[in-house]
Structures are given as C-alpha cells and as structure tokens.
Ligand binder design. Structure first.
Ligand SMILES: [Zn+2]
Length: 110
C-alpha cells in the first residue's frame, strides 16, 4: 500500500528530528497534486507510530492548494489537476509551483 510506506517514511523523518524525545504532534503538509490521500495517511499513522517516539501523537494534516503559473502570460491561478489550461490565455504551458508537496512542516515534542 502506497500510503503505508509514505507514512513509514514520515515517521522515520520525525524520529530523526525528535532527538530522542517523545513526539506529541506532527503537522504534515500534503499538496492537492501530490497523489497522496490524507485519509489513508491518517489511517496508517496509528499503526506506523506504535512503539515509536510518535506513539499517541496527534496528526494534523494541512492541505496545500495547487497553483500554477502560465509560461506565456505569467498569470497565476489555482489548478484542479495537472494540464489545466491557463484561464487567462488558454495556454497549456503551465509551471506548477505549489501543490506537489508532502513534507513534515512541524513537530511538537515533549
Ligand atoms: Zn496564460
């Protein structure tokens, strides 16, 4: 399961950064285009944190909206999917600059 291995690597990152202290909360940023399903991460989190420094920690997920910038007219706009055309000029040359992230934003430790 995709989300299980993602959750395991999140737990590893948190463990490395916790400095041996117990983690009480994790704030995770998930971009709308990351392909990661937040509900599935929440589902896996409890199983992945058992008997680790994160045991019992709260998981807070922040969604990051997908944003693109048109290469032709430089307009910036919200994307609902990859390959959305530019709403200003209809161009398809769009650089995605937000919405692909999957990262641990913050840790709360004891
Ligand atoms: Zn454009």
């Amino acid at each position: 399961m995709h989300e299980m291995s993602i959750t395991q690597s999140v737990v590893e990152i948190c463990t490395q950064n916790a400095g041996g202290r117990r983690v009480t909360a994790v704030i995770l940023e998930i971009g709308d285009l990351s392909g990661v399903v937040p509900d599935a991460i929440e589902f896996c989190f409890e199983a992945c944190t058992r008997d680790t420094l994160l045991d019992g920690a709260r998981l807070l997920i922040e969604r990051v909206q997908a944003l693109g910038r048109c290469r032709d007219c430089k307009a910036e706009f919200a994307l609902s999917a990859y390959y959305d055309p530019c709403p200003a000029c209809g161009g398809f040359g769009v650089d995605v600059f937000s919405g692909e992230e999957l990262r641990v934003k913050e840790l709360e430790v004891e």
